[in-house]
Design a protein around this ligand. Structure first.
Ligand code: DAH
Length: 365
Protein backbone atom coordinates (compact mmCIF):
# COMPACT_ATOMS: atom_id res chain seq x y z
CA UNK A 1 0.00 0.00 0.00
CA UNK A 2 1.50 3.34 -0.93
CA UNK A 3 1.39 6.51 1.10
CA UNK A 4 -1.78 7.90 -0.38
CA UNK A 5 -3.80 4.73 0.22
CA UNK A 6 -2.43 4.49 3.75
CA UNK A 7 -3.43 8.04 4.53
CA UNK A 8 -6.91 7.42 3.04
CA UNK A 9 -7.30 4.33 5.22
CA UNK A 10 -6.27 6.34 8.24
CA UNK A 11 -8.78 9.06 7.37
CA UNK A 12 -11.58 6.50 6.89
CA UNK A 13 -10.88 4.94 10.26
CA UNK A 14 -11.01 8.35 11.99
CA UNK A 15 -14.20 9.35 10.22
CA UNK A 16 -15.85 5.99 10.92
CA UNK A 17 -15.26 6.48 14.62
CA UNK A 18 -16.73 10.00 14.43
CA UNK A 19 -19.74 8.76 12.46
CA UNK A 20 -20.40 5.76 14.71
CA UNK A 21 -20.30 7.90 17.83
CA UNK A 22 -22.47 10.72 16.40
CA UNK A 23 -25.67 10.73 18.44
CA UNK A 24 -27.93 12.85 16.29
CA UNK A 25 -28.76 13.65 12.67
CA UNK A 26 -27.33 17.18 12.90
CA UNK A 27 -23.86 15.87 13.79
CA UNK A 28 -24.03 13.38 10.91
CA UNK A 29 -25.06 16.12 8.50
CA UNK A 30 -22.19 18.32 9.72
CA UNK A 31 -19.73 15.49 9.01
CA UNK A 32 -21.21 14.96 5.55
CA UNK A 33 -20.92 18.64 4.67
CA UNK A 34 -17.37 18.90 6.06
CA UNK A 35 -16.16 15.89 4.06
CA UNK A 36 -18.33 15.39 0.99
CA UNK A 37 -20.01 18.80 0.64
CA UNK A 38 -19.10 21.21 -2.16
CA UNK A 39 -16.36 22.74 -0.06
CA UNK A 40 -15.64 19.58 1.91
CA UNK A 41 -12.27 18.01 2.54
CA UNK A 42 -12.68 14.96 0.26
CA UNK A 43 -14.16 17.15 -2.50
CA UNK A 44 -11.09 19.38 -2.14
CA UNK A 45 -8.80 16.37 -2.41
CA UNK A 46 -10.61 15.33 -5.62
CA UNK A 47 -9.91 18.74 -7.06
CA UNK A 48 -6.21 18.38 -6.15
CA UNK A 49 -5.93 15.18 -8.25
CA UNK A 50 -5.42 17.30 -11.37
CA UNK A 51 -1.98 18.24 -10.10
CA UNK A 52 -0.75 14.63 -10.16
CA UNK A 53 0.62 12.86 -13.20
CA UNK A 54 -0.18 9.56 -14.93
CA UNK A 55 -0.25 6.43 -12.76
CA UNK A 56 -0.03 8.36 -9.50
CA UNK A 57 -3.19 10.26 -10.47
CA UNK A 58 -4.98 7.06 -11.39
CA UNK A 59 -4.06 5.26 -8.14
CA UNK A 60 -4.91 8.28 -6.00
CA UNK A 61 -8.21 8.79 -7.89
CA UNK A 62 -9.31 5.19 -7.39
CA UNK A 63 -8.37 5.27 -3.73
CA UNK A 64 -10.17 8.58 -3.20
CA UNK A 65 -13.33 7.26 -4.89
CA UNK A 66 -13.28 4.22 -2.62
CA UNK A 67 -12.87 6.50 0.38
CA UNK A 68 -15.77 8.68 -0.73
CA UNK A 69 -18.07 5.68 -1.25
CA UNK A 70 -17.07 4.19 2.11
CA UNK A 71 -17.78 7.46 3.95
CA UNK A 72 -21.16 7.86 2.25
CA UNK A 73 -22.06 4.26 3.10
CA UNK A 74 -21.10 4.61 6.70
CA UNK A 75 -23.12 7.85 6.98
CA UNK A 76 -26.18 6.02 5.56
CA UNK A 77 -25.72 3.04 7.91
CA UNK A 78 -25.53 5.33 10.91
CA UNK A 79 -28.60 7.26 9.77
CA UNK A 80 -30.62 4.01 9.40
CA UNK A 81 -29.50 2.85 12.83
CA UNK A 82 -30.54 6.18 14.34
CA UNK A 83 -33.97 6.05 12.68
CA UNK A 84 -34.50 2.51 14.00
CA UNK A 85 -33.48 3.55 17.50
CA UNK A 86 -35.73 6.59 17.37
CA UNK A 87 -38.69 4.47 16.26
CA UNK A 88 -38.06 1.99 19.05
CA UNK A 89 -37.85 4.78 21.59
CA UNK A 90 -41.12 6.24 20.32
CA UNK A 91 -42.83 2.86 20.39
CA UNK A 92 -41.71 2.37 23.98
CA UNK A 93 -43.01 5.78 24.94
CA UNK A 94 -46.31 5.59 23.04
CA UNK A 95 -47.33 2.21 24.31
CA UNK A 96 -51.15 1.79 24.24
CA UNK A 97 -52.65 1.04 27.60
CA UNK A 98 -55.28 -1.53 26.67
CA UNK A 99 -56.50 -1.66 30.24
CA UNK A 100 -57.96 1.88 29.97
CA UNK A 101 -61.76 1.91 29.77
CA UNK A 102 -63.14 2.93 26.34
CA UNK A 103 -64.23 6.52 25.82
CA UNK A 104 -68.02 6.89 26.06
CA UNK A 105 -69.61 6.36 22.63
CA UNK A 106 -72.22 8.71 21.25
CA UNK A 107 -74.94 6.18 20.58
CA UNK A 108 -77.53 6.59 17.84
CA UNK A 109 -81.22 5.86 18.27
CA UNK A 110 -83.94 4.36 16.12
CA UNK A 111 -86.64 6.92 15.29
CA UNK A 112 -90.13 6.03 16.61
CA UNK A 113 -91.45 5.98 13.01
CA UNK A 114 -88.91 3.31 12.02
CA UNK A 115 -89.49 1.41 15.24
CA UNK A 116 -93.26 1.39 14.75
CA UNK A 117 -92.93 0.25 11.13
CA UNK A 118 -90.63 -2.56 12.31
CA UNK A 119 -93.11 -3.58 15.00
CA UNK A 120 -96.08 -3.64 12.61
CA UNK A 121 -94.07 -5.57 10.01
CA UNK A 122 -92.96 -8.06 12.69
CA UNK A 123 -96.57 -8.76 13.73
CA UNK A 124 -98.09 -8.95 10.26
CA UNK A 125 -95.02 -10.69 8.81
CA UNK A 126 -95.62 -13.45 11.33
CA UNK A 127 -99.19 -13.77 9.98
CA UNK A 128 -97.84 -14.37 6.47
CA UNK A 129 -97.89 -10.89 4.92
CA UNK A 130 -94.95 -9.80 2.79
CA UNK A 131 -93.80 -6.21 2.28
CA UNK A 132 -94.59 -4.44 -1.01
CA UNK A 133 -93.56 -0.98 -2.17
CA UNK A 134 -94.71 1.64 -4.64
CA UNK A 135 -93.64 5.09 -5.84
CA UNK A 136 -94.15 8.26 -3.77
CA UNK A 137 -94.91 10.14 -7.00
CA UNK A 138 -98.10 8.57 -8.28
CA UNK A 139 -100.53 9.30 -11.07
CA UNK A 140 -104.10 10.33 -10.54
CA UNK A 141 -105.45 7.01 -11.82
CA UNK A 142 -103.57 4.80 -9.30
CA UNK A 143 -104.04 7.23 -6.41
CA UNK A 144 -107.75 7.94 -6.99
CA UNK A 145 -109.68 6.59 -9.98
CA UNK A 146 -108.66 2.94 -9.77
CA UNK A 147 -109.55 3.01 -6.08
CA UNK A 148 -113.08 4.06 -7.01
CA UNK A 149 -112.58 7.61 -5.77
CA UNK A 150 -114.80 9.71 -8.06
CA UNK A 151 -113.60 13.08 -9.39
CA UNK A 152 -115.71 15.04 -6.92
CA UNK A 153 -114.43 13.13 -3.86
CA UNK A 154 -113.06 15.49 -1.16
CA UNK A 155 -109.66 13.72 -1.19
CA UNK A 156 -109.11 15.14 -4.65
CA UNK A 157 -109.59 18.73 -3.65
CA UNK A 158 -106.57 20.86 -4.37
CA UNK A 159 -105.99 21.73 -0.72
CA UNK A 160 -105.48 18.08 0.21
CA UNK A 161 -103.23 16.96 -2.58
CA UNK A 162 -99.83 18.00 -3.85
CA UNK A 163 -100.12 18.02 -7.63
CA UNK A 164 -96.87 17.94 -9.59
CA UNK A 165 -95.92 19.09 -13.06
CA UNK A 166 -95.62 16.27 -15.61
CA UNK A 167 -97.92 13.56 -16.83
CA UNK A 168 -100.24 14.12 -19.74
CA UNK A 169 -101.98 17.55 -19.49
CA UNK A 170 -104.81 16.30 -21.73
CA UNK A 171 -105.52 13.33 -19.51
CA UNK A 172 -106.34 14.22 -15.87
CA UNK A 173 -105.81 10.57 -14.87
CA UNK A 174 -102.14 10.83 -15.79
CA UNK A 175 -101.63 13.89 -13.65
CA UNK A 176 -98.74 13.39 -11.23
CA UNK A 177 -99.47 13.62 -7.50
CA UNK A 178 -97.56 12.89 -4.31
CA UNK A 179 -99.53 9.85 -3.15
CA UNK A 180 -102.09 10.83 -0.52
CA UNK A 181 -102.20 7.28 0.91
CA UNK A 182 -100.48 3.91 0.47
CA UNK A 183 -103.63 2.45 -1.15
CA UNK A 184 -102.36 2.90 -4.75
CA UNK A 185 -99.90 0.08 -4.01
CA UNK A 186 -102.96 -2.19 -3.72
CA UNK A 187 -103.65 -1.36 -7.37
CA UNK A 188 -100.05 -1.82 -8.52
CA UNK A 189 -99.82 -5.17 -6.74
CA UNK A 190 -103.11 -6.50 -8.10
CA UNK A 191 -102.09 -5.43 -11.62
CA UNK A 192 -98.80 -7.30 -11.39
CA UNK A 193 -99.55 -10.32 -9.26
CA UNK A 194 -102.04 -13.16 -9.42
CA UNK A 195 -104.02 -13.89 -6.26
CA UNK A 196 -103.57 -15.18 -3.62
CA UNK A 197 -102.20 -11.83 -2.46
CA UNK A 198 -101.16 -11.01 1.08
CA UNK A 199 -99.16 -7.78 1.31
CA UNK A 200 -98.42 -4.91 3.64
CA UNK A 201 -97.10 -1.59 2.37
CA UNK A 202 -95.24 0.72 4.74
CA UNK A 203 -94.42 4.08 3.18
CA UNK A 204 -94.48 7.86 3.08
CA UNK A 205 -97.67 9.68 2.17
CA UNK A 206 -98.39 13.37 1.57
CA UNK A 207 -101.24 15.79 2.19
CA UNK A 208 -101.43 19.54 2.32
CA UNK A 209 -102.08 19.74 6.09
CA UNK A 210 -100.20 21.01 9.13
CA UNK A 211 -101.18 21.04 12.81
CA UNK A 212 -100.53 19.05 16.02
CA UNK A 213 -101.95 15.86 14.48
CA UNK A 214 -101.24 16.44 10.75
CA UNK A 215 -98.04 16.88 8.80
CA UNK A 216 -97.61 17.38 5.03
CA UNK A 217 -95.55 14.16 4.99
CA UNK A 218 -96.49 11.22 7.17
CA UNK A 219 -96.41 7.42 7.08
CA UNK A 220 -99.01 4.74 6.55
CA UNK A 221 -99.13 0.97 6.35
CA UNK A 222 -101.56 -0.55 3.92
CA UNK A 223 -102.69 -4.16 4.06
CA UNK A 224 -104.30 -6.24 1.32
CA UNK A 225 -105.46 -9.83 1.17
CA UNK A 226 -107.11 -11.28 -1.95
CA UNK A 227 -108.11 -14.91 -2.31
CA UNK A 228 -111.09 -17.03 -3.35
CA UNK A 229 -112.57 -17.54 0.11
CA UNK A 230 -111.46 -14.38 1.92
CA UNK A 231 -114.30 -12.98 4.04
CA UNK A 232 -115.11 -10.44 6.75
CA UNK A 233 -114.21 -12.98 9.47
CA UNK A 234 -110.60 -12.98 8.22
CA UNK A 235 -110.53 -9.19 8.30
CA UNK A 236 -111.80 -9.14 11.88
CA UNK A 237 -109.53 -11.93 13.13
CA UNK A 238 -106.46 -10.39 11.55
CA UNK A 239 -107.08 -6.87 12.85
CA UNK A 240 -108.13 -7.90 16.37
CA UNK A 241 -104.94 -10.00 16.65
CA UNK A 242 -102.89 -7.12 15.26
CA UNK A 243 -104.26 -4.52 17.72
CA UNK A 244 -103.73 -6.82 20.70
CA UNK A 245 -100.17 -7.70 19.70
CA UNK A 246 -99.21 -4.11 18.86
CA UNK A 247 -100.48 -2.60 22.11
CA UNK A 248 -99.42 -5.64 24.13
CA UNK A 249 -102.84 -6.09 25.75
CA UNK A 250 -104.16 -9.66 25.34
CA UNK A 251 -107.81 -8.85 26.04
CA UNK A 252 -107.84 -5.41 24.37
CA UNK A 253 -111.45 -4.62 23.36
CA UNK A 254 -111.66 -4.06 19.58
CA UNK A 255 -114.77 -2.70 17.86
CA UNK A 256 -115.69 -2.57 14.15
CA UNK A 257 -117.78 0.49 13.38
CA UNK A 258 -119.54 0.78 9.99
CA UNK A 259 -117.95 3.45 7.84
CA UNK A 260 -117.41 4.44 4.24
CA UNK A 261 -114.39 4.24 1.96
CA UNK A 262 -114.85 4.29 -1.81
CA UNK A 263 -112.45 1.35 -2.26
CA UNK A 264 -114.11 -1.01 0.26
CA UNK A 265 -117.64 -2.36 0.62
CA UNK A 266 -118.61 -2.85 3.37
CA UNK A 267 -116.17 -0.58 5.22
CA UNK A 268 -115.36 -0.47 8.91
CA UNK A 269 -113.35 1.75 11.14
CA UNK A 270 -111.56 -0.05 13.94
CA UNK A 271 -111.70 1.30 17.49
CA UNK A 272 -109.86 0.07 20.56
CA UNK A 273 -111.00 0.26 24.18
CA UNK A 274 -109.60 3.06 26.29
CA UNK A 275 -110.38 5.47 29.08
CA UNK A 276 -109.91 9.22 29.22
CA UNK A 277 -110.74 9.47 32.91
CA UNK A 278 -108.39 11.67 34.91
CA UNK A 279 -107.25 13.65 31.87
CA UNK A 280 -104.81 11.18 30.28
CA UNK A 281 -105.51 8.40 27.80
CA UNK A 282 -105.17 4.76 28.85
CA UNK A 283 -105.44 2.05 26.23
CA UNK A 284 -106.94 -1.32 27.07
CA UNK A 285 -109.08 -0.24 30.02
CA UNK A 286 -112.38 1.57 30.49
CA UNK A 287 -115.46 1.88 28.32
CA UNK A 288 -114.43 4.62 25.91
CA UNK A 289 -113.30 4.04 22.29
CA UNK A 290 -110.43 5.30 20.18
CA UNK A 291 -110.31 5.02 16.40
CA UNK A 292 -107.06 3.58 15.10
CA UNK A 293 -107.50 2.34 11.53
CA UNK A 294 -109.72 2.02 8.47
CA UNK A 295 -110.62 -1.27 6.78
CA UNK A 296 -113.14 -3.09 4.66
CA UNK A 297 -113.83 -5.76 2.05
CA UNK A 298 -112.20 -4.73 -1.23
CA UNK A 299 -114.85 -3.14 -3.45
CA UNK A 300 -115.51 -5.47 -6.43
CA UNK A 301 -115.11 -2.43 -8.72
CA UNK A 302 -111.50 -2.08 -7.51
CA UNK A 303 -110.78 -5.76 -8.24
CA UNK A 304 -112.25 -5.34 -11.73
CA UNK A 305 -110.21 -2.15 -12.32
CA UNK A 306 -107.13 -4.34 -11.82
CA UNK A 307 -108.32 -7.16 -14.05
CA UNK A 308 -109.26 -9.53 -11.22
CA UNK A 309 -112.52 -11.44 -11.62
CA UNK A 310 -114.68 -10.32 -8.69
CA UNK A 311 -117.02 -13.29 -9.11
CA UNK A 312 -114.11 -15.58 -8.20
CA UNK A 313 -112.00 -13.47 -5.87
CA UNK A 314 -112.65 -11.24 -2.90
CA UNK A 315 -110.42 -9.54 -0.42
CA UNK A 316 -110.01 -7.29 2.54
CA UNK A 317 -107.85 -4.22 3.03
CA UNK A 318 -106.83 -1.87 5.79
CA UNK A 319 -104.84 1.29 6.25
CA UNK A 320 -103.27 2.78 9.34
CA UNK A 321 -101.24 5.84 10.23
CA UNK A 322 -97.81 5.06 11.64
CA UNK A 323 -97.31 8.33 13.53
CA UNK A 324 -100.75 7.99 15.10
CA UNK A 325 -99.94 4.47 16.31
CA UNK A 326 -96.57 5.64 17.65
CA UNK A 327 -98.15 8.64 19.43
CA UNK A 328 -100.73 6.41 21.11
CA UNK A 329 -98.37 3.62 22.09
CA UNK A 330 -95.48 5.78 23.24
CA UNK A 331 -97.33 8.83 24.56
CA UNK A 332 -95.96 11.35 22.08
CA UNK A 333 -98.27 14.39 22.21
CA UNK A 334 -97.39 16.38 19.05
CA UNK A 335 -96.94 14.95 15.55
CA UNK A 336 -94.79 17.87 14.39
CA UNK A 337 -91.98 16.90 16.80
CA UNK A 338 -91.36 13.72 14.74
CA UNK A 339 -89.71 15.82 12.04
CA UNK A 340 -87.90 18.48 14.03
CA UNK A 341 -84.67 16.43 14.23
CA UNK A 342 -84.19 17.45 17.86
CA UNK A 343 -81.63 15.04 19.32
CA UNK A 344 -83.01 15.50 22.84
CA UNK A 345 -86.40 14.34 21.56
CA UNK A 346 -84.82 11.37 19.79
CA UNK A 347 -82.84 10.40 22.89
CA UNK A 348 -86.07 10.49 24.88
CA UNK A 349 -88.43 8.75 22.46
CA UNK A 350 -85.89 6.76 20.37
CA UNK A 351 -85.08 3.06 20.58
CA UNK A 352 -81.96 0.96 20.94
CA UNK A 353 -80.18 0.53 17.62
CA UNK A 354 -79.32 -3.11 18.23
CA UNK A 355 -82.80 -4.32 19.05
CA UNK A 356 -84.94 -5.49 16.14
CA UNK A 357 -88.60 -5.98 17.05
CA UNK A 358 -89.80 -9.56 16.65
CA UNK A 359 -92.67 -11.64 17.95
CA UNK A 360 -90.15 -13.94 19.62
CA UNK A 361 -87.70 -11.39 21.02
CA UNK A 362 -90.33 -8.81 21.95
CA UNK A 363 -91.49 -5.70 20.13
CA UNK A 364 -90.13 -2.84 22.23
CA UNK A 365 -86.71 -1.73 23.54
N1 DAH B 1 -106.47 5.00 2.40
C1 DAH B 1 -107.23 5.36 3.59
C2 DAH B 1 -106.76 6.76 4.07
O1 DAH B 1 -105.71 7.17 3.73
C3 DAH B 1 -107.02 4.38 4.68
C4 DAH B 1 -107.66 3.08 4.38
C5 DAH B 1 -108.95 2.81 4.80
C6 DAH B 1 -107.00 2.11 3.64
C7 DAH B 1 -109.57 1.64 4.53
C8 DAH B 1 -107.64 0.91 3.34
C9 DAH B 1 -108.93 0.69 3.80
O2 DAH B 1 -107.03 -0.05 2.64
O3 DAH B 1 -109.53 -0.51 3.52
O4 DAH B 1 -107.48 7.36 4.78
Amino acid sequence: MDDIEASHAQLLSELSTAIDTADNLDTLEAIRVAELGKKGRITGMMKELGKLEGDARKTAGQSLNKLKTAIAASLEDRKDAMAGAELNARLMEERVDVSLPARPQTQGFIHPVSQTIDEVVAILGEMGFSVAEGPDVEDDWHNFTALNIPPDHPARQEHDTFYLPGGNPDDPEERHVLRTHTSPVQIRTMQNQEPPIRIIVPGRTYRCDYDATHSPMFHQIEGLVVDKATHMGHLKGCLIEFCRAFFGVDDLPVRFRPSYFPFTEPSAEVDIGCTREGGGLRIGHGDDWLEILGSGMVNPKVLENCGIDSTIYQGFAFGLGIERLAMLKYGIPDLRTFYESDLRWLRHYGFSALHTPSMVGGLER
